[in-house]
Design a protein. Structure first.
Length: 637
């Protein structure tokens, strides 16, 4: 190791590492656009800018603030969304140097859009107008809302662009459904709409697919009795559609965890096919090209891309995490963002790297991540990511921190990425002398449907056993100190951390972020109660026992672990009432605890300064309670 390299990345360094997203390639394969998010420390905000890479010139340059870049069918123009008075509008720039033009001025703002196949317009989604009846009611009586009855839907619009004029045409205004996703046929005659009766998240069981005749407005609802995912696309000949769907009829998933597969519907014959019936992984279709269906899927701690062809899936299954990807309609050119093991994300064009974000680690010490496995108490094999110093001493015993991912349908990966660990400074933990284990507990994605559903009616309990068995495995190997172990996580990871720290006495300190603590109370407060029924198998009214046995608060009388609680006061997914209950319970049990509320924050902050505070609090909490540092950390933030 270079003796001049002295420091690991600081917390501010980690949050300054740019995040790459929205990678898209022009149809001629010559230009790539992507979004780079960076921290503006002076303004205490995150900024998103559109960047372009010109393949012929080999240069990369920034053009404007914005998101969702999309190339025109003729590859000559780039459209994107940019905020105007806090509402997203469509802007278009040309590669010939012409001035950038604002194309829309929609009062409610644009949610997402697609180019018309002719390149002479845009299809876009926007919120429906508020009714005159509700406006008058508010003026007369004040503002109130009928729960479950009054909604504003996402509607489809078409903006036609001629040389001297623009004409907007609403396509689904007045329809009693909410559009979640859509695609346009290559001939511009049809749209496929993924819809729900309302924007209420509970309507996941009532999602449907419909074909809209764009000229006549005629709508044909397809008879699909599956729980639908969030992706849909037309075939290259416009006669079929491809989408993600559950493996069984939708009613089954009202009390069971969803498992997805790829499904194709023939618009002429009405027949269904499943080209990947033998593939035990959730697959997401991105685009149907002339060479096959371009897909992405997870395989344990890797995310792959490939083409579904008549001969099966064709792809390069190298180790790495492909975050997003784009391919031309002819299937000849693609671009993607990928992080290789122990690296951060870079953008590739036809497998050639065009960015150099990993130069961030030059002249810095860097931790090392590796995938390990162990057997849980019921003999189920569990994998996880172990982060150690690059020069780890095999004869040394290290204090251990367990960092638990959210989801649970997600996973931890052996890559360097601030966007996945934005609240926990892993590099700083390693610099302090810790090693970090990130377990892919039962219910994690990428390990097949049996593993995905292995925590059904057993969340918390089975997860806790997976975590503790991983700790035991590292203790037995002699690398982890049994007496110096901490646990942390956010959302579902926070729930498991709370469960572990209350149900077990194995941990010396815990940090619980944005966590569910009582399933019964959470069921009536969250915006996704269906998620709870899927995992616990019923409602709290029909099966109060399963809600009790899987709730951390059920075991609060055995709590003994010093616990840091962090929560955003605007979190609708996991309302802050969970945190208040945990804090009160720990205080009543005389357990050392600290409760920090982040004002205006939902799941994650939009201020880098707040991210710094969250990371510092976690670093100082574990340094104090596990390493014995005498810092008065409460006065430091």
């Amino acid at each position: 190791m270079n003796s001049n390299i002295e420091k690991y990345p600081s917390i501010k360094d980690l949050l300054s590492l740019p995040t790459l997203s929205n990678t898209t390639i022009s149809e001629d394969g010559q230009n790539i656009a992507f979004v780079k998010q960076t921290a503006d420390w002076e303004a205490n905000t995150y900024q998103q800018h559109i960047w372009i890479y010109e393949k012929k010139k080999g240069r990369c340059f920034r053009i404007d603030e914005g998101t969702s870049p999309s190339w025109s069918p003729d590859s000559r123009q780039l459209a994107y969304l940019r905020s105007v008075e806090k509402k997203n509008q469509i802007f278009v720039m040309s590669l010939d140097g012409s001035p950038t033009v604002q194309m829309t001025d929609h009062k409610e703002g644009i949610t997402h859009f697609k180019w018309a196949p002719t390149g002479k317009g845009f299809y876009y989604i926007a919120l429906s107008k508020e009714s005159e009846e509700i406006k008058k009611r508010r003026e007369t009586y004040g503002d109130f809302h009928h729960v479950g009855r009054e909604y504003r839907h996402h509607c489809l619009h078409y903006l036609e662009i001629n040389d001297s004029s623009r004409k907007e045409k609403p396509l689904t205004d007045g329809q009693e459904f909410h559009i979640l996703e859509f695609d346009i046929s290559s001939d511009g005659k049809k749209a496929v709409l993924l819809t729900a009766p309302s924007p209420n998240m509970e309507e996941i069981f009532n999602r449907s697919l419909s074909i809209l005749d764009i000229e006549t407005g005629e709508l044909q609802k397809l008879n699909i009795d599956r729980l639908l995912g969030g992706s849909v696309c037309f075939s290259s000949d416009n006669n079929q559609i491809c989408y993600t769907a559950s493996m069984r009829e939708k009613d089954y998933y009202k009390n069971h965890i969803q498992d997805n597969t790829l499904e194709i519907y023939d618009l002429k014959t009405g027949e269904f096919t499943r080209p990947l019936s033998n593939m035990d992984s959730s697959v997401i279709p991105i685009r149907w090209t002339s060479k096959g269906i371009f897909i992405t899927w997870q395989d344990q701690t890797n995310y792959h891309i490939g083409l579904v062809t008549e001969n099966g899936v064709v792809g390069d299954n190298k180790d790495g995490f492909v975050k997003d990807a784009s391919i031309t309609r002819d299937g000849n050119h693609l671009t993607y963002s990928m992080a290789k093991p122990n690296e951060t994300f870079e953008i590739y064009v036809n497998d050639q790297q065009i960015t150099d974000e990993n130069s961030f680690f030059k002249d810095k010490r860097q931790s090392h991540r590796q995938v390990i496995s162990w057997k849980s108490t019921d003999d189920l094999e569990i994998e996880g990511v172990l982060t150690t110093p690059a020069d780890v001493d095999p004869n040394k015993t290290y204090p251990l921190l367990v960092l638990i991912h959210g989801g649970p349908g997600w996973a931890s990966f052996p890559i360097h990425s601030g966007c996945f660990n934005e609240k926990y400074p892993v590099e700083q933990f390693v610099e302090k002398g810790f090693i970090v284990l990130e377990p892919n507990y039962r219910g994690s994605s990428g390990y097949g449907n049996d593993f995905l559903t292995a925590n059904h009616r057993n969340v918390g309990l089975g997860d806790c056993e997976d975590v503790i068995s991983g700790v035991d495995a590292l203790v037995e190997k002699g690398i982890a100190d049994k007496k110096r172990v901490g646990v942390m996580g956010w959302s579902q990871g926070g729930f498991i951390s709370a469960f572990c720290s209350i149900y077990s006495d194995r941990f010396k300190a815990a940090s619980v972020g944005g966590a569910i603590t009582n399933w019964r109370h959470h069921y009536v407060n969250t915006d996704i109660p269906y998620f709870i029924r899927m995992h616990l198998g019923d409602t709290p009214w029909n099966d109060p026992e399963v809600y009790a046995k899987t709730s951390p608060m059920n075991y609060i009388q055995s709590a003994c672990t010093p616990t840091l609680i962090q929560h955003g006061d605007m979190d609708a997914r996991v309302p802050i009432s969970n945190a208040y209950e945990l804090h009160k319970g720990l205080k009543d049990m005389d357990v050392e605890t600290e409760f920090i509320i982040f004002k205006g924050m939902a799941y994650s902050p939009d201020q880098p300064g707040m991210n710094v505070a969250i990371m510092k609090q976690n670093l100082m909490w574990f340094s104090h309670y596990i390493l014995g540092e005498s810092n008065n950390w409460r006065d430091s933030l």
